[in-house]
Design a protein. Sequence first.
Length: 88
Amino acid sequence: MGEFKNRINVTINDQRYTIVGEDNPEHIRYVAHLVDERIKELGSKSAGLDTTRKAILTAVNIMHEKVQLEEENHRLQQEIKQLKNSDE
């Protein structure tokens, strides 16, 4: 059986894309908007970059932030675990 998937048209860096996913369409549009903003921000700081380089550098920056958040989440989870153990 095929799962229900949304087909959402978005614009990123002045290019139209169709994103297929199960998430809420508004969430998909919001994420695409954030990516668009990040690419445009990077492009305004480094005007000589072509589209591919802007996309790759944006992806690297976003992944860097994701890894930092995962590390912070892990640290906080450990801290919560220690606090719970000290209360027992």
